[in-house]
Design a binder for this molecule. Structure first.
Ligand code: ADP
Length: 757
């Protein structure tokens, strides 16, 4: 008799056990022999023969007979009955001595009931097996299964129950209970198998979905590329944006923001006001220049040549710019100190910036700040606003299409603070090298590096520029041009440029020297050349009509033809007074359009000591008038009385130009002194300077413009504060040649020189 140690199987009496031949050989230590009787012992744990001991088995086993050896792969054992293992002695591997006895059964199974339960179970099994390919094979065997025990024996190795649980079935004496146990185990198994099958199917479905999605995406990408090749216009907008984001070289914040918005737009295929706005935003962000421009060293000589070829004069400005370029070359930086060009309109402030950009081989953009009164002008509106836009700074970077343009901030003196925030403080941030590498426009909401931008500001005056802003800049003054300079600018630059723009050649038109000079002196009144340029343009247009009308010979414009060509009458300058009269003195004033002469008129009338001031006088000038009155009273105590009985009227006539600034102090004092002393001052003398209550003459600004105005108006002698002597260096020689310039330190000196004292 052969003893077979088995593990993890349910042994059920009178059923069929399938066992692979190989396994039989291993367990029995020999080939199977038909009809051989065997005894099956259940191992407590899986062991090899050489590890087995007398104690390795449970106390109940099973008899059996090898009943079928017809299959090459497995053998069939018919199980017999349960036995008690009384004693075990392992002599050597495959050689075991046993003492056994039959174990009694309780035959309490209701056969009818078992049949119905068997049919139900078979139905379940059929349904279950139909999910598996190998299930069909098993179904063939099913017809042979005539008891629940048979099924349990058949599939016992698949059941997930432990070896011990399986042994429990063998140990059970009651046939009914044993069947119940088996039934429970089989149904549990079916349930678990079904669930894991479902889960597996689900998983497979998920995988399939992912594979499918990937495949479709690849397909779409391929088709899209094909479409792009055929019709580049037809690329979907979002895809274009994605491409742009990939290529733009944005900083991390901007890229993240752009991708976030693209993702959002992908989920919102419906067009709405908001998606429209997001498209605009993406468009703006992705078309901004992000990649830094290379720094290239600039040849100073070439730069100088460019500057000289475009602009006449402006020596100081040009050399300061060359210095700046040299520093930038050395520091290998694309920006440097922020220059502020201050001067009257038309003095070339913005146009020289264009030349600077040309000399540096960089883009030029101009941001007009005139009238900006809202922080959003500089920094943009938040995107939550309807119609939100980027501010002027980022807009112009967008326009420039480069990270390092020369950016002209025009008219920084015309910023206004309002309840919507102070544009000047936003501008401070733009110009501050400590902050501007991460300037955040409200609309963009991501930082942008402005540190490579070369900022140049322009203004007509520094008076209205907020102090903190002014401190950040280096002021360069554009003094305005003398008539001689204007003549050179007109003939060398303006006329040729305008003629070229109008399509007129040298053989078509000639402007006589006299005529040009007359345009400058009689038809314009300005520190710069803007009006002059306009006159030249008018002249060229008129000439063009004649030339286009078939005129053959050169058209020569003479001084006397000007009224006809300029279609305008000469401007009236303040001109020196013909007659002198006590109480009237000529002063020099600076205005935003250049210099002017002005007349201070004073008069005493019977009254009660009131002081009446008229003319377009600013507050500062009114204070100067008060000081002048006090000074004169103290200088001429004997005349102080007459201020009591009379009203004093001070008037500064003519010109809609607001006269401000303290520089009329000496003029006012001299006029008053002349009045009380009844001594007239020569109208050929003009003066400028502030006075203190001590009678000292203190310095003033805008001297070059004032002296040019003096020459233009026919003045011969001027008195200027001693402390302004230095400024004479900036005054053109031809102006100085035409004037007798005398410096003064005290009011007495002024009165002495004017013959009032
Ligand atoms: P601003 O900005 O100071 O008001 P612009 O730069 O607009 O003045 O100059 C007005 C015009 O005068 C421009 O056409 C400019 O080319 C010309 N211009 C000004 N100064 C000069 C100069 N020194 N040489 C040649 N052209 C000049």
């Amino acid at each position: 008799m052969t003893v077979l140690p088995v593990y993890n199987r349910i042994l059920v009496p009178n059923t069929t056990i399938y066992l692979q031949r190989e396994i039989y050989r291993m367990l029995a230590g020999k080939d199977p022999v038909e009809n051989e009787k065997i005894i099956m012992l259940v191992e407590k744990k899986k062991q090899n023969w050489d590890e087995l001991t007398d104690d390795s088995f449970y106390p109940i086993g099973m008899t059996g007979t090898i009943s079928d050896l017809s299959n090459a792969e497995f053998i069939i054992i018919s199980s017999g009955e349960r036995i008690n293992i009384e004693s075990v002695r392992i002599v050597s591997p495959y050689n075991i001595e046993l003492n056994v006895s039959r174990r009694a059964e309780t035959d309490d199974l209701n056969e009818e009931e078992e049949k119905t339960r068997l049919i139900k179970m078979k139905e379940h099994l059929t349904a279950f097996l139909s999910h598996f390919q190998w299930g069909a094979m098993l179904q063939n065997y099913m017809s042979q299964w005539d008891s629940i025990g048979e099924i349990g024996s058949m599939i016992s190795t698949w059941l997930p129950n432990s070896n011990e649980e399986k042994y429990e079935v063998l140990r059970e004496d009651s046939k009914k209970l044993r069947t119940d146990m088996l039934e429970k185990m089989i149904y549990e198994y079916l349930e678990i198998a079904q669930l894991s099958g479902e889960a597996q199917n689900k998983q497979e479905e998920e995988y399939k979905k992912v594979y499918r999605k990937n495949a479709i995406q690849k397909q779409m990408q391929y088709l899209q590329e094909e479409m792009e090749k055929i019709d580049p216009e037809n690329v979907s907008e979002l895809q274009q944006f994605e491409k742009k984001v990939n290529e733009a070289g944005m900083n991390a914040e901007a890229e993240a923001e752009a991708r976030k918005i693209i993702a959002r737009l992908k989920q919102e295929p419906q067009a709405s006001a908001e998606t429209g706005m997001l498209y605009d935003y993406l468009d703006f962000l992705t078309s901004l220049p992000w990649k830094k421009e290379e720094m290239t060293a600039i040849d100073l000589d070439e730069a100088k040549e460019v500057l000289d070829s475009d602009h006449f004069g402006l020596k100081k400005v040009k050399s300061r710019i060359i210095e700046q370029i040299a520093v930038m070359n050395l520091q290998k930086k694309q920006s440097g100190s922020i220059l502020l060009f201050v001067g009257a309109p038309g003095t070339g402030k913005t146009s020289i910036c264009q030349s600077i950009a040309k000399a540096l081989d960089r883009k030029y953009v101009r941001v007009s700040l005139g009238g900006a009164r809202d922080e959003a002008d500089i920094r943009g509106h938040r995107r939550t606003y309807i119609g939100a836009m980027a501010g002027r700074i980022m807009n112009s970077i967008h326009k420039a299409g480069a990270t390092n343009p020369v950016m002209v901030l025009d008219e920084v003196d015309k910023l206004y603070a309002s309840y919507n925030g102070d544009p000047a403080s936003a501008l401070l941030e733009v110009l501050d090298p400590e902050q501007n590498f991460s300037f955040t426009d409200h609309y963009m909401n991501v930082p942008y590096d402005l540190s490579d931008v070369l900022f140049i500001c322009t203004a007509n005056t520094t008076d209205t520029i907020p102090e903190p802003l002014l401190n950040r800049m280096e002021v360069i003054r554009f003094n305005g041009y003398s008539e001689l300079e204007k003549y050179s600018i007109a003939t060398k630059h303006l006329l040729p440029k305008v003629m070229e723009a109008t399509g007129i050649t040298d053989s078509d038109l000639a402007v006589e020297e006299e005529a040009m000079k007359k345009i400058i002196t009689d038809f314009t009144m300005e520190g710069g050349v803007r009006g002059l340029k306009k006159r030249i343009e008018t002249l060229c247009r008129k000439a063009a009509v004649q030339i286009a009308g078939g005129r053959e010979e050169t058209l020569t414009v003479r001084a006397e033809d000007l009224r006809e060509y300029l279609d305008d009458k000469p401007v009236t300058h303040e001109h020196i007074l013909e007659k002198k009269k006590p109480g009237i003195v000529t002063g020099l004033a600076w205005t935003q359009v250049g210099g002017e002469i002005l007349f201070v008129e004073t008069m005493m009338t019977k009254g009660s000591g009131k002081i009446i001031i008229t003319g377009q006088l600013g507050d500062v000038m009114k204070e100067s008038a008060q000081i002048a009155v006090s000074l004169v009273k103290s200088m001429y105590p004997d005349k102080a009385e007459c201020f009591k009985d009379n009203d004093l009227h001070i008037h500064v006539p003519a010109g809609a130009v607001p006269k401000d600034g303290p520089s009329a102090g000496v003029t006012l004092t001299t006029a008053l002194a002349s009045l009380v002393q009844d001594k007239a001052v020569s109208p050929e003398i003009a003066m400028t300077g502030e006075v203190s209550l001590r009678g000292a003459v203190t310095p003033i600004g805008g001297l070059p413009e004032k002296l040019m105005a003096a020459v233009r108006s026919g003045i011969r002698r001027v008195l200027i504060p001693k402390e302004n002597e230095e400024d004479l260096r900036d005054v053109p020689e031809e102006v100085k040649d035409k004037l007798t310039i005398e410096t003064v330190e005290t009011v007495e000196e002024v009165l002495g020189k004017t013959g009032v004292l």
